[in-house]
Design a protein around this ligand. Structure first.
Ligand code: UT7
Length: 332
């Protein structure tokens, strides 16, 4: 009988991020919609967010973050087998942002595609990349989470526009020894709750006519309280599942990197996982909710600050539109 091969480990060997220069503060938003710094800070934890320049598209942000991640890993783009871009704000419907980035990087032999899983996109991407490496289909993968959410935010809707920001985080994953790197991942969806967070216009269901544009169908629609109720429960559940799969417990965790949607959600997850405040990576105050970019930006900032050490156990958890949620457990 043929013995099945041991799955290869997938290690994160390079990390980088890029956020646009322009800062949009809460007091700037006070001039645009009926809101206040006090409301935004107490309800969400956000103080400011970044806004992409007019001439920047998502692939431009990925290009910048990828240069850092590839340099950190010491990987030549020509050696990449795959490029995955998690995003709900691609440059255009197609070609994928992954293909656009592939061309820019000169990653000639890579297969490239996008992953649409909203705020869970980076976790979904980690799951796909880990599986591709585990089965020997790829040895070197570039994975980015990127968003320019300020282009799909309605600056007449105070309930949503104050939350979102732009940015990108990228990692390079490489084949390692069995049991190294990403130890376990978990993905889950509930399409029945899709209407809690969605963008109706511009797809085949609702092409954008002048009338639809006037109605604002090109913008994100969100039922914040409905999302809030599911967020903590599903992220905690996903985290526990990945820990169980790796035969580890919450007491083994060094860092929690949660999706940055709301500081109150982050706190709820932290408390239920019985972690200390210092173990949780938070940047929502400075960058807002950047959907699929939020976890890799936070991971990159953790490394940049010199706080990510070899063998640290990091759990990343996300939740978002779809609904989608999931977690990934990494030994760095
Ligand atoms: O990224 C992944 C998916 N996203 C999430 O998981 C987001 C989850 N939800 C949330 O983070 C929170 O629900 C929000 C931050 C979006 C909202 O906080 P909330 O405590 O749930 O507020 P609310 O929507 O219940 O609104 C409370 C009040 C309302 O006024 P009334 O009806 O009580 O008079 C809103 O009209 O706050 C009002 N409000 C605002 N006031 C000032 C809503 N937005 C604003 C605003 N400034 N920007």
């Amino acid at each position: 009988m043929i013995k099945p091969c041991e799955p290869k480990g997938a290690r994160i060997t390079g990390i980088g991020h890029y956020v646009p220069e322009r800062v949009l503060t809460n007091s700037d938003l006070e001039k645009i919609v009926d809101t206040s710094d006090e409301w935004i800070v107490t309800r969400s934890g956000i103080r400011e967010r970044r806004v992409a320049a007019q001439n920047q598209a998502s692939s431009d942000l990925v290009f910048e973050a990828s240069k850092t991640a590839l340099g950190d890993a010491g990987v030549d783009p020509k050696d990449l087998d795959m490029i995955l871009v998690a995003t709900i704000t691609p440059d255009m419907q197609f070609p994928s942002t992954g293909c656009i980035v592939q061309d820019r990087l000169g990653a000639k032999k890579a297969a490239a595609f996008d992953i649409s899983a909203a705020c869970s996109g980076f976790i979904y991407g980690l799951s796909v990349a880990t599986a591709m490496i585990a089965t020997g289909k790829a040895k070197k993968i570039l994975l980015a989470g990127v968003e320019i959410l300020t282009r799909i935010a309605d600056y007449k809707d105070r309930a949503t526009c104050v939350l979102f920001g732009d940015g990108c985080g990228a990692v390079v994953l490489e084949e390692g020894e069995t049991g190294e790197g990403i130890l376990s991942t978990y993905m889950q969806s509930d399409g029945g709750l899709g209407e809690l967070l969605y963008l109706p216009g511009g797809g085949s269901r609702m092409p954008l006519t002048e009338e639809k544009l006037r109605e604002g169908q090109q913008y994100v629609k969100m039922k914040g309280d409905g999302l809030f109720k599911c967020a903590v429960r599903s992220m905690v559940d996903a985290a526990k599942r990945t820990l169980k799969e790796a035969d580890l417990s919450t007491s083994d965790i060094d860092y929690l990197i949660p999706h940055q949607a709301n500081i109150r959600i982050i706190e709820g997850v932290r408390k239920r996982l019985k972690l200390e405040k210092e173990q949780v990576v938070v940047n929502i105050d400075r960058v807002g909710n950047t959907s699929s970019a939020s976890i890799p930006i936070a991971l990159s900032e953790l490394k940049e600050a010199g706080n990510l050490k070899k063998d640290d156990l990091v759990i990343m958890v996300a939740f978002g539109g779809g609904l989608t949620w999931g977690a990934a457990l990494m030994k760095y």
